[in-house]
Write a protein that binds this ligand. Sequence first.
Ligand SMILES: *[C@@H]1O[C@H](CO)[C@@H](O)[C@H](O)[C@H]1NC(C)=O
Ligand SMILES: *[C@@H]1O[C@H](CO)[C@@H](O)[C@H](O)[C@H]1NC(C)=O
Ligand SMILES: *[C@@H]1O[C@H](CO)[C@@H](O)[C@H](O)[C@H]1NC(C)=O
Ligand SMILES: *[C@@H]1O[C@H](CO)[C@@H](O)[C@H](O)[C@H]1NC(C)=O
Ligand SMILES: *[C@@H]1O[C@H](CO)[C@@H](O)[C@H](O)[C@H]1NC(C)=O
Ligand SMILES: *[C@@H]1O[C@H](CO)[C@@H](O)[C@H](O)[C@H]1NC(C)=O
Ligand SMILES: *[C@@H]1O[C@H](CO)[C@@H](O)[C@H](O)[C@H]1NC(C)=O
Length: 356
Amino acid sequence: MRPTLLWSLLLLLGVFAAAAAAPPAQLTLETYQEWCNDSAATHDPLSQLPAPQHPKIRLYNAEQVLSWEPVALSNSTRPVVYRVQFKYTNSKWFMADIMSIGVNCTQITATECDFTATRPSAGFPMDFNVTLRLRAELGALHSAWVTMPWFQHYRNVTVGPPENIEVTPGEGSLIIRFSSPFDIADTSTAFFCYYVHYWEKGGIQQVKGPFRSNSISLDNLKPFRVYCLQVQAQLLWNKSNIFRVGHLSNISCYETMADASTELQQVILISVGTFSLLSVLAGACFFLVLKYRGLIKYWFHTPPSIPLQIEEYLKDPTQPILEALDKDSSPKDDVWDSVSIISFPEKEQEDVLQTL
Ligand SMILES: *[C@@H]1O[C@H](CO)[C@@H](O)[C@H](O)[C@H]1NC(C)=O
Ligand SMILES: *[C@@H]1O[C@H](CO)[C@@H](O)[C@H](O)[C@H]1NC(C)=O
Ligand SMILES: *[C@@H]1O[C@H](CO)[C@@H](O)[C@H](O)[C@H]1NC(C)=O
Ligand SMILES: *[C@@H]1O[C@H](CO)[C@@H](O)[C@H](O)[C@H]1NC(C)=O
Ligand SMILES: *[C@@H]1O[C@H](CO)[C@@H](O)[C@H](O)[C@H]1NC(C)=O
Ligand SMILES: *[C@@H]1O[C@H](CO)[C@@H](O)[C@H](O)[C@H]1NC(C)=O
Ligand SMILES: *[C@@H]1O[C@H](CO)[C@@H](O)[C@H](O)[C@H]1NC(C)=O
């Protein structure tokens, strides 16, 4: 009887010991949390290592990164490792490991824990109230916990500029397309709106917005002018009426194209201009011709000569001039047509008349 009882007792003790040491097979959040708490408590409670210095949380766009400065021990050959834990508003502490948050930040030698490392939308839900803590470990030794200020991603995030900005110059306009700084899971409680800062080169800056759309059109711009612009996102979290103003994108400049009215104006302007120029040229030519008539005649014209028929008539005045002219013309043509053939400048006709 006695040995069996002893064995039973021992067995019972063994089961208890195993249950205490290993994590429960079926891990609910509560049991996991407790086990985590207990296993932390079973360590030597004395803090024998210096704590990691200057820990900081980087919340930039979707990034959630805790980083710190390494703990340097001159008397140790083994590397110091670090352990990160987190908790939500009223929860207990969780180990930051693959099972809980998807990244292994238990006993790591690296001096940062990137909760978003696996994929961009990983990490803590952006509306959760998260607190992180961190300590250094070396064998059985460990430092005191360094607890960070709590954060809510939407409340504390630094919003970068909109990304993939593409600008298409239009007719007296600029069409701007871009993507949001980061993806938001639940757009009913948090969303981006956008502002465009723009100015004509050397002019006064104007701001247009807010827009919910990722495509903005700046209209009523002057055609053929260079405009510079910057785009800015603003994150609105209406759960707490919180908004985070984002960084401005880099300045970029674009030239607008002609709009329809300007094109018409141009056509009219060019036509009127061409016409005026031609008129002026014609006028100038006419003026020059008038002024330097004698000179031009001297250069280009043969000396005035008497028409052949009249010359003949002058040689033989007995031949009637009208008959002579009639003879040369074709029978079909009437007399007036024949007269019109003798179309010499006025002066010559005068000369002829004078001679007559
Ligand atoms: C474990 O949890 C209890 C309360 O449940 C708490 O008082 C204690 O400080 C925790 N220990 C550690 C090491 O977190
Ligand atoms: C190493 O140095 C730390 C202080 O930097 C000291 O607390 C610790 O006891 C030392 N350990 C050994 C093994 O000397
Ligand atoms: C977030 O949680 C901390 C405690 O972990 C608390 O002090 C703080 O007030 C909470 N913040 C909000 C906005 O609820
Ligand atoms: C976590 O990473 C450390 C070092 O990078 C490694 O030693 C450890 O085994 C890992 N833990 C798990 C649970 O993967
Ligand atoms: C987040 O913002 C709150 C106030 O809005 C502040 O108390 C808290 O310290 C910030 N957290 C971090 C990690 O900066
Ligand atoms: C937040 O915004 C959504 C939609 O934009 C709206 O339905 C909801 O009532 C808002 N909540 C608060 C607290 O303003
Ligand atoms: C903005 O300008 C800075 C420096 O001028 C440069 O490092 C950065 O890559 C630019 N950003 C983009 C999105 O072009």
